[in-house]
Design a protein around this ligand. Structure first.
Ligand code: NDP
Length: 436
């Protein structure tokens, strides 16, 4: 811990994994001799760089850029880029660490990494976002490549930013190397269903979880936080499967619509106008309410809760409230949206279903791997084919977590199942590749 001081989110992510590994370490005492845990917790490479850019008024700004290439035992480093003012090394390390196990769980040949910058895209003009992306890529391009490190989007980085980043990579390298970034527009190398994949995959995972209790999404009430890429497509798929989603939020507050969120209105506000969530009240006159406290989303009684905004958005009192209001399933669309104390509460509540991020939101990276496959073979699959591959992968991720939890004596504990299953595969590969 002293070695990584000032990185509380990284400590939290590591502690969650280590807490689950007791039973596997008992079976494999040789892991201690090989110092596997310390090797796993130390990133293979951490890159920090200056990102200078000039705004529309001619003022110079300096941001800090990061790429943490955490583990390449299973394949090239793979993980998104986050542009948000809160980004620092500890946040990027927590996300990169999580990504190792998530990518392993998908069964696809992907290492783990993550990156980003403390740049705030909100309120910036199109030109400002473009010049920032170009400056960011001017340094990043030396470290990435289709066989080395393949970034994608995350908070603040969507198809628009991936386009600007790709354009600059192409200019600097003089190569149209489609497989260097995923989340590209479908016109020039992107995969169908990548935009929808994390949200859709989350809902497919929830469907599997509920089925273990003989329940279904049809007729269930659902609370979703966030109104970005993950949240919007989680709402879409949940509605397609018959659920009533009653909330959406952003950092300024929550919309509660007891009639069910009108997705077309939300898409107009968030995807077309990049507006704020309260504008929903103008778009959809009726029963909807706006509440300024973004965390009040967890006060609303629902069957299923899907946190899709950011880390640590549900703490222990929120978790208790969700359960006392009758919630039977929480699944993480965002990365680490529950505090350690909240997760402990779910794990101690008999019958409670909890889908940890590593498993529940792995649909995004899995579909990125499908995009890489299409790029490598210069192919382009239909939406239906890609979505059905995604459904298969999520079914397998669910099965792997469930079987592993049972094998290690904790049936129904998906946190333990996801951590042990993800860990075991990475560690076997690390051992086979020697001390490197
Ligand atoms: P977006 O930038 O598209 O959306 C993030 C959303 O969360 C925005 O609506 C944002 O609101 C909201 N938000 C951010 N901070 C808060 C807060 N403190 N309280 C309430 N709302 C907040 O990002 P994504 O949807 O891509 O990512 C969301 C989460 O999902 C992240 O944890 C990310 O790591 C994870 N994830 C994303 C994947 C992907 O494929 N995109 C893959 C796997 C995980 P505002 O605009 O006000 O900031």
């Amino acid at each position: 811990f002293a070695r990584n001081s000032g990185e509380p989110e990284f400590h939290q992510a590591v502690a969650e994994v280590l807490d689950c590994l007791g039973p596997v370490l008992e079976r494999h005492p040789e892991y201690f001799d090989l110092d596997i845990i310390r090797r796993l917790c130390e990133p293979e490479r951490q890159i920090i760089f200056r990102v200078p850019w000039i705004d529309d008024s001619g003022r110079v700004h300096i941001n800090r850029g990061f790429r943490v290439e955490f583990n390449s035992a299973l394949g090239p480093y793979k993980g998104g880029l986050r542009f948000h003012p809160s980004v620092n090394l500890g946040i990027v390390k927590f996300l990169g660490f999580e990504q190792i196990f998530k990518n392993s769980l998908t069964g696809l040949p992907l290492g783990g990494g993550k990156g980003g910058a403390d740049f705030d895209p909100r309120g910036k003009s199109e030109r400002e976002v473009m010049v920032f992306c170009q400056s960011f890529m001017t340094e990043l391009h030396r470290h990435i490549g289709e066989h080395t490190d393949v970034p994608a989007g995350d908070i603040g980085v969507g198809a628009r930013e991936i386009g600007f980043l790709f354009g600059q990579y192409k200019r600097l390298t003089n190569r149209f190397e489609a497989g260097v970034l995923t989340g590209k527009h479908t016109h020039w190398g992107g995969s169908q269903a990548r935009t929808e994949a994390t949200g859709y995959g989350l809902v497919f995972f929830v469907r599997e979880l509920l089925a273990t209790k003989g329940r279904a999404l049809d007729g269930a009430s659902v609370a979703v936080s966030g109104a970005g890429n993950v949240a919007i497509y989680a709402i879409e798929k949940a509605q397609q499967l018959g659920a009533k989603v009653v909330t959406a939020s952003d950092s300024s507050g929550v919309i509660y619509d007891p009639d069910g969120i009108k997705l077309e209105a939300l898409k107009r506000i968030k995807l077309e106008r990049r507006g704020r969530i309260h504008e929903y009240l103008d778009e959809v006159p009726g029963q909807a309410e706006f509440r300024e406290d973004a965390t009040s989303v967890w006060d609303i009684p629902v069957d299923v809760a899907l946190p899709c905004a950011t880390q640590n958005e549900i703490d222990a009192p929120h978790a208790k409230r969700l359960i006392s209001n009758g919630c039977l399933c929480v699944a993480e669309g965002a990365n680490m949206p529950n505090t350690a104390a909240a997760i402990e509460i779910y794990r101690e509540t008999p019958g409670m279903l909890f889908g940890p991020a590593k498993a529940a939101n792995s649909g995004g990276v899995a579909t990125s791997a499908l995009e890489m496959q299409q790029n490598a073979s210069r192919d382009s699959w239909s939406f239906e084919h890609t979505e059905s591959r995604l459904e298969d992968i999520i079914r397998q991720v669910h099965q792997r977590c469930r079987d592993t939890a049972e094998e290690f004596g904790a049936p129904g504990d998906y946190t333990l199942g996801a951590n042990i299953a993800g860990f075991s595969k990475v560690v076997e590969a690390m051992i086979a590749q020697g001390v490197v």
